[in-house]
Design a protein around this ligand. Structure first.
Ligand code: ZN
Length: 306
């Protein structure tokens, strides 16, 4: 099947997905681009075309070019039927559609710094719910990436706070210091907190929400350099976002529990261009029994998900 060539029928198109060379396309499309006249792809089919698209990207054999007038009109007239929902980082070096060799209409993409849900006050979760409930995507992929600046920022903040806590403890134990000196040292060691810092910002809130990710990575590694902790935290953060979705979206949880939708993780390697697919969260089965259905606000219940 030629890439994005219109199909004769939906039945024929769907059968082509399992029989064709996966390197030949990004899912069937009767009108040359994916629209609501096409059937949704299953989770396994979606993963297959995502993997094939990334292989083309890595090999420099990309197929997704510009859209002609007919394709644009088809998208405008017939609505969207993307093959997957992807939550990625806003990093300009990680353009989700391009690294999967996808066209407009192929992917429902949500991006923010750190590919996280913890700071989004529900907008990310609500958007994912829209994609699975209305657009009928069966695959939700949370995509982290190497060298993530948001994760590095959170890691540095975590390590700064750890150092400050150590200094504070040392000062309190120092019997030679006067009470006034100890108090002054303790106050100066307080980490910046959202809501009370003179440098309060939403950015600090975002990094603050990611600090538990760095903390967990540090614990799992039993220490390490800032770079080592940040690198491991990228995967920890992917699981955290997935676990958050499972914990606080009844719609997603029910669809995953029924087997209709799959929620998987992946990490994009900026150097090689390859996406490492990580599969399902190790905590999925446990979280499917979670009873949460209201997304917590920033810095609140989000800390409880790990
Ligand atoms: Zn990033």
């Amino acid at each position: 099947m030629a890439y994005y060539q219109p199909q004769q029928s939906v039945t024929t198109a769907m059968s082509d997905v399992s029989q064709e060379d996966p390197s030949e396309g990004f899912g069937p499309s009767r009108l040359g681009v994916r629209t609501t006249v096409d059937e949704p792809l299953s989770a396994s089919q979606a993963i297959e075309v995502l993997q094939a698209g990334n292989r083309r990207f890595v090999q420099g054999d990309v197929k997704a070019g510009g859209l002609g007038p007919d394709m644009r009109r088809a998208l405008a007239s017939h609505g969207q039927r993307p093959v997957a929902t992807v939550i990625g980082c806003a990093d300009s070096r990680c353009p989700v559609e391009q690294l999967f060799d996808a066209r407009p209409g192929d992917l429902f993409v949500l991006r923010n710094a750190g590919n996280t849900c913890t700071h989004a006050e529900g907008s990310m979760v609500g958007s994912v719910e829209y994609s699975v409930a209305i657009l009928e995507t069966k695959m939700i992929l949370v995509l982290g990436h190497t060298g993530c600046g948001a994760i590095m920022g959170a890691t540095k903040l975590f390590l700064e706070r750890s150092t400050q806590k150590y200094i504070e403890m040392t000062c309190r134990k120092d019997a030679q210091e006067s009470t006034d000196q100890s108090t002054e040292a303790s106050e100066s060691a307080q980490p910046p907190q959202p809501g009370c810092s003179k440098k309060k910002s939403t950015l600090l809130g975002l990094l603050d929400a990611l600090v538990p990710v760095a903390e967990q990575a540090c614990v799992e590694l039993e220490g390490g350099s800032t770079e080592e902790i940040a690198a491991h935290a990228v995967k920890v953060n992917v699981w955290r976002t997935i676990n958050f979705l499972l914990s606080y979206s009844l719609i997603i949880r029910e669809k995953v529990a029924s087997g209709e939708v799959e929620l998987q993780g992946a990490v994009y390697n900026m150097s090689s261009g390859a996406v490492e697919f990580l599969g399902k969260s190790p905590k999925q089965e446990k979280l499917l029994n979670h009873d949460g259905h209201v997304v917590p606000s920033m810095g609140g219940l989000a800390r409880q998900v790990s």
